[in-house]
Write a protein that binds this ligand. Structure first.
Ligand code: NAP
Length: 290
């Protein structure tokens, strides 16, 4: 596979910045160009060595790019693609890192009429609760998975290039349908974020919330780490994976009500069964992945 000559990152934050750092560390690209709304954060990206060149003009940013990566929040995909469309050369490969895939494909269809064959949607299953280029680091994708959701019309060269790019960043790349991606991620990522945000917000609004936070221990810290994630980004994710997420929220609410009923009626067998099933499932998950 040839090296990427020019890589353009649209939105040089945690995810786009970490990809740029990883590809530079692997000598997988010659030049990284960064585009964003704010000249200050792009300047920071240059100073940190994340990008080689900053552009606030989108035409200049994507000129002669081999690969363009959209590292922006999923709620901004339509306006960003509209800006990009007139300047995208026919050979340029386009991909994204958005946490929802149905909405990104819908955005591409809205702007281009159909998903362009050289637009390969992607999602790295890696991240932290931090945001911005300052939080980016080259090792973020090491031994992590990246899901690509190509269509039957996708260009195979473009698909293989995007796969190769993520492999150079240290990731294992898996192909999946858009629908399956959105269902799986609603369960494993989007629902847990909704629970963490809601739990912390509920406790913070209790009258004696000072004591509640003062006496919270490691379990609370572990469970709620992701409630420190970027609110705007998660606002976009929950609205852009609405159907799959609502299905999981309803399923979880039913299970929580069942547990509450078991606690109310002192049904110790049902309570123990729930906890034992959960412990066995988490222990098995940790043996393979933690
Ligand atoms: P981030 O650190 O906040 O970075 C987002 C970047 O996009 C910032 O550089 C921001 O620049 C730029 N941006 C925002 N709106 C823009 C617009 N309209 N036009 C141009 N640039 C714009 O967020 P992130 O965590 O990297 O997330 C980026 C994407 O990755 C999201 O789609 C998210 O769903 C996905 N993702 C996130 C995670 C995670 O754990 N964080 C994991 C996997 C995938 P400014 O300086 O102008 O604000």
């Amino acid at each position: 596979m040839p090296m990427i000559n020019r890589l353009t990152i649209i939105g040089v934050g945690l995810i786009g910045g970490s990809l740029a750092r990883a590809l530079k560390a692997a000598n997988a690209c010659r030049e990284v160009v960064g585009y964003g709304r704010s000249a200050d954060s792009l300047q920071k990206a240059v100073e940190l060595g994340v990008i080689d060149r900053a552009e606030t003009d989108i035409a200049a940013a994507v000129k002669d790019a081999d690969v363009v990566v959209l590292g922006v929040p999923v709620g901004t995909m339509v306006p960003v693609l509209e800006q990009l469309k007139p300047h995208l050369a026919s050979h340029t490969i386009l991909t994204d890192v958005g946490s929802t895939k149905g909405s990104v494909v819908d955005a591409a269809e809205q702007v281009f009429g159909s998903l362009p064959p050289r637009f390969i949607p992607g999602h790295p299953i890696a991240g932290t609760e931090k945001s911005g280029v300052e939080a980016s680091f080259a090792e973020l994708y090491q031994r992590r998975r990246v899901i690509l959701t190509p269509a039957s019309t996708s260009d195979s060269d473009a698909l293989e290039m995007v796969r190769w790019m993520w492999q150079q960043a240290g990731a294992e790349v898996i192909d999946m349908s858009v629908e399956h991606h959105d269902e799986v991620l609603a369960a494993t990522s989007h629902l847990p974020h909704m629970l963490a945000f809601t739990l912390v917000d509920t406790l913070a609004r209790l009258e004696d919330h000072d004591d509640i936070f003062r006496f919270a221990a490691g379990g609370f810290r572990d469970f709620t780490r992701i409630a420190s994630s970027n609110p705007r980004m998660w606002h976009d994710i929950c609205l852009n994976n609405r159907d799959a997420l609502l299905k999981m929220i309803r399923r979880f609410s039913d299970e929580l009500h069942t547990l509450a009923a078991a606690i109310e009626s002192g049904h110790s067998e049902a309570i123990l069964e729930t906890f034992e099933r959960a412990k066995a499932a988490r222990d098995a998950y940790c043996e393979n992945s933690c």
